[in-house]
Design a protein. Structure first.
Length: 138
């Protein structure tokens, strides 16, 4: 009975998300027609989005496993959003939220698998941050 209710809510949530995506992609009135063409994303955009997703995963997992640095991950993401500016904030926040919710759906307690995932994400995040800084830093 509970599983059926969860499936029902997930289907409805999926419909709402799809409807929101369609509405956001549809130009409304003349304001959307008068806007400038969007600028091309920077070369490091894909890597930065992946880093934001990794940070979201770590934010959830580190909190779940009661790590001392758990509160720092949302703060680090906020710093990244401020550094990158409002042009990319929505996309970066979306990537962060995807990473966070991917594990929020799976894990309810800290497990050995969660600890392994944390270690892998820490390595990947470190590699991404170093690569972005080295390749594209000033």
């Amino acid at each position: 009975m509970i599983a059926r209710a969860v499936r029902f809510h997930l289907r409805n949530l999926t419909r709402l998300v799809l409807a929101a995506c369609v509405l956001m992609a549809t130009p409304i009135g003349t304001a959307a027609q008068n806007e400038e063409a969007p600028r091309a994303p920077p070369a490091y955009e894909a890597d930065l989005l992946r880093l934001a997703e990794v940070m979201g995963s770590l934010a959830f997992l580190r909190d779940l496993c009661e790590a001392q640095d758990a509160a720092q991950w949302p703060e680090r993401m906020q710093d990244l959003l401020e550094a990158e500016g409002p042009d990319r904030a929505e996309r970066l926040a979306g990537a962060y939220n995807r990473g966070y919710s991917a594990f929020a759906l799976t894990y309810r307690r800290c497990t050995p698998a969660a600890e392994i995932a944390i270690a892998r994400f820490l390595e990947e995040g470190d590699a991404l941050a170093r690569m972005i800084a080295t390749r594209y830093g000033n």
